[in-house]
Design a protein around this ligand. Sequence first.
Ligand code: MG
Ligand code: MG
Length: 278
Amino acid sequence: MIHIKSKDEIEVMRKSALMVSATHTEIAKILKPGITTLSIDKLAETFIRDNGGVPSFKGYNGFPFTLCISINDVVVHGFPSAYELKDGDIISVDCGVYMNKFHGDSAYTFAIGDVRPEVLKLLRVTKESVYKGVAQACENNRVGDISFAVEQYTNREHGYGVVRELVGHGIGKQLHEDPQVPNYGKRGDGKKLREGMVLAIEPMINLGTREVHTEKDGWTVRTNDNKPSAHFEHTTWVRKGKGETLSSFVPIEAAERQNTELNSSHYGEPQPTVAVAG
Ligand code: MG
Ligand code: MG
């Protein structure tokens, strides 16, 4: 069943979604090689609870952590652990916050230090594809219009693998509500969109094959070819004319830039000129 939200409920949901964005922003400030993904999870849980929220994922279907942290070839649902971030890693951080009886849900993939240009491009295109989907999240369109826009941009224009086993979703009082929002599909297919629906639009895009598998822990989803995967997600309000994101990447991007500048003295240090003998 699809739940239509009132304008008042949308504003409550915006607070939950922006708390997710604020959590991502806190994470963006401290990311660097050497820190463990478990320490990121602890920081997120403390930040969310200090601000009056509850982590949506902790305990959801038995998931044991606040964040899903997925490194490199892990697509989604990775467990925070003692793993220390390395220069050149990418780290997808999926976060949900429950506040005032409504959930917000957003994901962001960060680059750690010096990441290969082809992987940085995967991150850029995946992030852009969220907005291709958001643009289609308007009244009288159908779910398939969102799906088609994401697949068109990531797969047909850029040749990336679009994960099919996992999909976006409606969101509200429940973390996962109807309808499902696949990242592949046909224009004009699926449920009709009405103003007041709220959808989590979340492309999971692979540099190589779209094929993925779930590991023995029952959660961790990894690419079959072990090439990297990116994940970006916005909680999105379906409106007349266009969709509107309730979560925001703007503060995350600002913190990312600051963090890069802060660490650039380390990463970008000019190398001493070495005289070659003979
Ligand atoms: Mg999510
Ligand atoms: Mg989601």
